[in-house]
Ligand binder design. Structure first.
Ligand SMILES: C[S@@+](CC[C@H](N)C(=O)[O-])C[C@H]1O[C@@H](n2cnc3c(N)ncnc32)[C@H](O)[C@@H]1O
Length: 262
């Protein structure tokens, strides 16, 4: 059984989680607004590696021929990477503006919400959601939905930005440490416009403890393969285990689950 802590057998992905990778990803974050192709290109390749590694750990197979649903996939920045790996990639996105944001055309893109996925039970090999749960009023309903549509024997990966981490406030940070509403109002005062990620409407205070609790409480519905901080080097994954500290330092929590067979 795979474990996220420092004592258990290592997930294959741990080998990639080097300091060099962390610095590369963190360096690309500043291009999110000014050069989205650069930012999303890097994160897409890294996400495809993460999914491929955990899928191989789970099944012994690569991604070719798999069906992957990406919940909150935006315009489909990850499409090319998963297509290159031979997967059928289907983004599900509720916001038509986001869907068309980058001029991408992803065949099979579906408009819908993560909280009520328009997909039947047990349908897909892999269900992924990256940086979406903090934008959803009921993130754990979304997580349950992701598990519902995943085939028995399939993989589910949920990754989200932790509220009290350095990026929790998005463009309103670091003022979110004084409260989300305060940070939103301050942003509007300073810039004359509402933040895109508006606290209480499109940005919510989701904690690391919330995700770990969901993982613990999935019971027989899922086998948790790993929980770890997405952008940290392997030697810093321990931060996930320390209450309080994890809220400040995890920044982005990944929960990797397998749906049991039968
Ligand atoms: C920060 S973007 C993340 C895009 C992409 N997944 C990534 O990792 O770069 C958040 C996305 O979540 C979408 N979103 C918001 N509410 C959602 C919901 N209820 N269900 C699914 N996606 C949602 C937004 O429209 C937006 O495209």
């Amino acid at each position: 059984m795979l474990r996220s802590d420092a004592t258990g057998p290592r997930p294959r992905f741990a080998r990639r989680a080097t300091l060099r990778r962390s610095l590369r990803l963190l360096g690309s974050f500043r291009f999110e607004q000014t050069d989205p192709a650069r930012f999303y290109g890097g994160i897409a390749a890294d996400t495809a590696d993460l999914i491929a590694d955990f899928y191989r750990d789970l099944t012994g197979r690569d991604l070719s021929g798999t069906v992957i649903v990406d919940v909150g996939g935006g315009p489909g920045y990850f499409a090319d990477e998963f297509a290159a790996a031979g997967a059928r990639y289907l983004p599900i996105e509720p916001d038509p503006t986001e869907m068309h944001a980058a001029g991408l055309t992803v065949a099979g893109a579906v408009r819908g919400s993560g909280m009520a996925l328009p997909i039947r039970d047990d349908a897909v090999d892999i269900c992924l959601s990256s940086n979406v749960a903090e934008h959803v009023p009921q993130p754990w309903v979304m997580a349950d939905e992701m598990l519902r549509i995943t085939k028995p024997g399939g993989l589910m990966v949920l990754s989200y930005t932790v509220w009290l981490g350095p990026f929790g406030g998005h463009e309103t940070g670091p003022w979110h440490y004084l409260g989300g509403e305060f940070a939103a109002r301050r942003y509007t005062r300073r810039t004359g416009k509402q933040p895109k990620n508006r606290f209480g409407r499109s940005l919510f205070a989701v904690t690391a403890a919330d995700g770990l609790r969901w993982a613990r409480e999935t019971g027989g519905r899922a086998r948790i393969l790993a929980t770890f901080p997405r952008y940290h080097p392997r030697w810093a994954w321990w931060v996930t285990r320390i209450p309080g500290v994890r809220e400040l330092l995890v920044s982005n929590l990944v929960v990797v689950a397998a749906k049991p067979l039968g």
